[in-house]
Each structure stands twice: as C-alpha cells, then as structure tokens.
Design a protein around this ligand. Structure first.
Ligand code: ARG
Length: 259
C-alpha cells in the first residue's frame, strides 16, 4: 500500500516537472501573422515545381519571424489585391517585392527597406529599334497590373500598355513577339533570362529607377514595430547576407534605414 502511494506520488511529480519544463521552453504561444504574397515573382516569391512557396522574400520573412518570435501563415493573393487586403485586414502584412512609394504610403505602412531594386526595360534580342526609355514612345508595352512598371509605362507618350496578372505572363508575351517591350523589376527579368526560362529576350536599359522594397502592413499597424525589430536583427546577425547570397550569389548592398 505504502509502495503504491509512493509510486503514484512519483508519477504525479514527474508529470508536473515535465509540464513545467515544457512551459519554460515555450513560455508564450507565438502569435501567428497572416502574410499576403503574390507568388508569381521569381526569385522573390514563387512556387516551385511541387507548388511549394519559395524565394528570397519567403526565406527572409521566415527569418524575421524566428527573430521576432511570431509564426507565419502565408496567403496567396494577386498583386493588385494586396493593398485592399491590408486595408480590409484580411491579412496582417505582405511581403511581395512591394516598392515603397509615397503614393502607397498614404494608404498603407512600410517596414524599413529590405531590398534595393529598380525597373528595367526588356525587349527581344532581335529588336534594334528600342535602345532606351525615349524609344518606347508609341510602342506596345507589357506590364504586370498594379506595379510601378505599369505606372511608368502609362506615362510614355502614345504607348499602348497591355496589363497582365503576373510578370512572367508579360515577359512571355514579349518572347512570343506580341509586344515590343516589358517594364518590370530588373532582378526578376534578369532571373527569367538567366535561368533560361525565356528565350530571345534582353535587358536594354538597366535600372531605369532605383526602388526599395518594404514589408507592408495596414496603415500604422501594431505589427510594424515587431516586423522592423525582426528585420533589423536579421540584417545585423548575418542571416540577411546568407539569404541574399543563396538567391543572388552576391553580397548585398548597404541598405538605407529609411527611404
Ligand atoms: N516592385 C514592383 C511594385 O511594387 C513590382 C512588385 C510585383 N510583385 C509581385 N509579387 N508580383 O510595383
């Protein structure tokens, strides 16, 4: 009888110890953030052959989440649906190579810049007419809807701008010879060319603009400081450089703290 009582006491105590130990390892349940992304923008955010989400931004937001102690729940959205989703708060934040612009900053908030990019003009390799921005006048230009590339194309006199749901679709239209040029983020166009995904295309004017990507949230969201804290950590602890090296095979440029 005494022995059974003692055994029971032992069992209860070890269970309690286990419970306490697991609590101290994981003292608080991490908050889960719904992160919106348009998954058609390699090498930043795109689906692998098995449909798995991957890319520079995907690795980056995961590293930020680890550093700032939150969980990531990805939500796939069309690019032009991201700002409305942030405003409606059906997502908590978005990482989608979103250029920080004054116009956008009126309706949403941005983290500190996490990538330096810019727009580039692409044309077919056999095109000798398009040499620079000025020669795009009266030309047929393909763009992704809702992007800074689309905005830039709209300001070209006489240009016929054709919008696509994704950058790869716009670039494919150029490869097919149906448009004269594409205005798109340079790293994405170069990646499409360098991976051999698109044939017969060249970049003629490198970095038409200088743009910085930021992680977007609803205007003045309470998540902004959490994301910025995580991003700053990742920028300083070597993780950012590691991810940059993995996707771009280069050392990253120094980023400004604000734009
Ligand atoms: N940087 C450009 C912009 O903000 C294009 C971004 C497109 N991103 C994407 N995931 N499709 O307008």
């Amino acid at each position: 009888m005494v022995f059974v009582g003692w055994l029971r006491w032992c069992l209860v105590m070890s269970f309690t110890c286990l419970l306490l130990a697991s609590c101290s390892i994981n003292p608080i349940v991490e908050k889960s953030l719904r992160i919106g992304t348009d998954q058609t923008f390699p090498p930043f955010e795109f689906q692998g052959t098995g449909g798995e989400l991957q890319g520079f931004s995907v690795d980056l937001i995961k590293a930020i989440a680890t550093a700032a102690k939150f969980q990531v729940e990805f939500q796939s959205l069309p690019f032009d649906g991201i700002i409305p989703a942030l405003q409606a708060q059906t997502i908590d934040a978005a990482i989608s190579s979103i250029t920080i612009t004054e116009e956008r900053a009126k309706t949403i908030s941005f983290s500190r810049p996490y990538f330096k990019a810019g727009l580039a003009i692409a044309t077919r390799t056999d095109n000798t007419e398009i040499k620079n921005f000025a020669s795009l006048k009266n030309k047929k230009i393909a763009v992704q809807i809702g992007t800074t590339g689309a905005q830039t194309a709209r300001n070209i006199p006489g240009a016929e701008v054709i919008s696509f749901d994704s950058a790869p679709l716009a670039l494919q239209e150029l490869a097919n010879g149906n448009v004269d040029a594409v205005i798109n983020d340079e790293p994405v166009t170069l990646y499409a060319i360098n991976t051999g995904n698109l044939q017969g295309i060249k970049v003629i004017q490198k970095l038409l603009t200088e743009e910085f990507y930021g992680i977007a949230t609803a205007k003045n969201s309470s998540y902004l400081s959490l994301i910025n804290q995580g991003l700053s950590k990742v920028l300083n602890n070597g993780k950012y450089q590691q991810i940059y090296q993995k996707w771009f095979n280069a050392t990253p440029p120094i980023l400004p703290e604000t734009t």
